[in-house]
Design a binder for this molecule. Structure first.
Ligand code: CO
Length: 139
């Protein structure tokens, strides 16, 4: 198994509204999706659509959110994870385990509606890696 396309870069932010404004006004992006809640993940998410990839902006829903502590350490926000596509998430879990990686949790449905897993940052130079099953109907 080899990782595929860079699907998105995840950025934790204290305020989606302010972050969206930054991408609109400072970087001139008009194609930004409407934010939606993902209660199971404890986050509110939107995507900044770029020609070759996406930026995933993530705001915690409350202090029980998995990214709450990250924002305590990085109050202005910061790069949280990088997401690569894989053809099959179950195969990816098996392969990553076999290669000695620490897979965080069980496969779950991510913001794109396809299964995802996370690989511990200690396995990848301090970067949290999300692996996401490639959507079956294009991007
Ligand atoms: Co992500």
């Amino acid at each position: 198994m080899q990782i595929g396309r860079l699907n998105h870069v995840g950025i934790a932010v204290p305020s989606l509204t302010e972050a969206i404004e930054t991408y609109r006004t400072l970087y001139g992006v008009s194609d930004i999706t409407t934010p939606f809640d993902m209660p199971a993940q404890g986050v509110k998410v939107c995507f900044v659509n770029l020609p070759n990839s996406q930026i995933e902006l993530i705001e915690p829903l409350d202090e029980t959110s998995p990214i709450w502590n990250f924002l305590q350490k990085n109050p202005k926000g910061g790069q949280h994870h990088v997401c690569f596509e894989v053809p099959d998430i179950d195969q990816a879990v098996t392969t990553m385990h076999a290669r000695g990686a620490t897979v965080l949790g069980e496969p779950r449905i991510g913001a794109h509606g396809t299964p995802i897993i996370f690989i511990h940052p200690k396995n990848s130079n301090g970067v949290l890696i999300e692996l996401m099953e490639t959507p079956k109907t294009g991007h």
